[in-house]
Design a protein around this ligand. Structure first.
Ligand code: 5GP
Length: 188
């Protein structure tokens, strides 16, 4: 998606270890106009797919997910990274975080992920695919179906894209980074 790629080249910053910082428009300060344009693009790309629920994971996925949910007029559920003591009836999985180098528990209430749900997962980054695989696990546990996964930015030099596509899921990424070698952003 042209406008996102241009913004990444203008405002994205490379960090050692293959990390791209987009704090100026996605991960800290957020650009709602760009967020809306990205959601419109997801709606276009998943137009042929039957969806009844949007799923994301806190915190960075919530903004794009709610924009997509708004446009499609569908409920948006975010998986929680801590298990609330008041939440009963939970689906739980473990996710390894590439950026934080730790494993954390992610949970969703069974009240909000139901058998038969056709789920579109939306998130900011696709790196090694651990968050995505965790979400597929939660959806499977619920007896629901993951019908699509949409990412704002995919880092093609990490293995997540292959892992998720090998699961047979329709994966769409709005900008694909080929490399961040030598702190140079190379886009596909
Ligand atoms: P994965 O589970 O695919 O390895 O990583 C996805 C999660 O890690 C995303 O939800 C995102 O929060 C974080 N992440 C991975 N790579 C990057 C990156 O280069 N920059 C930023 N800002 N977050 C990243």
């Amino acid at each position: 998606m042209k406008v996102l790629k241009e913004r990444i080249l203008k405002d994205g910053k490379c960090f050692p270890g293959g990390i791209l910082k987009v704090d100026n428009f996605i991960n800290h300060q957020m650009d709602p106009i760009l967020m809306k344009s990205m959601a419109v693009e997801f709606v276009r790309r998943f137009a042929g797919t039957k969806i009844n629920k949007i799923l994301t994971v806190e915190a960075s996925g919530i903004a794009p997910a709610i924009m997509v949910g708004y446009l499609l007029e569908l409920p948006v559920v975010f998986a929680k990274k801590r298990q609330p003591s008041t939440m009963e009836n939970m689906l739980v999985t473990e996710v390894f975080s590439f950026t934080k180098n730790t494993t954390y528990t992610v949970c969703v209430s069974k009240d909000y992920l139901l058998p038969g749900d056709k789920v579109l997962f939306i998130d900011d980054f696709l790196a090694n695919g651990n968050a995505g695989l965790g979400m597929i696990d939660l959806v499977n546990q619920a007896g629901a179906e993951m019908v699509g996964m949409g990412f704002l930015i995919e880092k093609a030099f990490q293995s997540g894209g292959n892992k998720l596509r090998q699961q047979g899921v329709h994966v769409e990424s709005l900008a694909i980074i080929e490399s961040l070698d030598d702190c140079q952003i190379k886009l596909r």
